[in-house]
Design a protein around this ligand. Structure first.
Ligand code: SF4
Length: 72
């Protein structure tokens, strides 16, 4: 079951680590903020790695039990 992915666009500062690690899932928009283009574009582990790499913890992951997986 794929994570539900939320991006805190206030926090996102366009570092693009998420895009580098999971380009199938994240893209920068015209305001240099990350957007989710395909929440199922890669496996959960890679999405978690991308979220962990975000220096400002702007990527929030929710699992199928409605538990927040990241930030932990
Ligand atoms: S790594 Fe974080 S700050 Fe950088 S673009 Fe992705 S969500 Fe935004």
């Amino acid at each position: 079951m794929p994570y539900r992915i939320r991006i805190d666009r206030e926090l996102c500062s366009g570092y693009a680590e998420c895009v580098g690690l999971a380009p199938e899932v994240f893209e920068l928009d015209t305001r240099e903020k990350s957007v989710v283009v395909d929440p199922e574009g890669t496996d959960d582990e890679s999405i978690l790695d991308a979220a962990r790499a975000c220096p400002v913890d702007a990527i929030i992951l929710i699992d199928e039990y409605e538990e927040q997986v990241w930030p932990a």
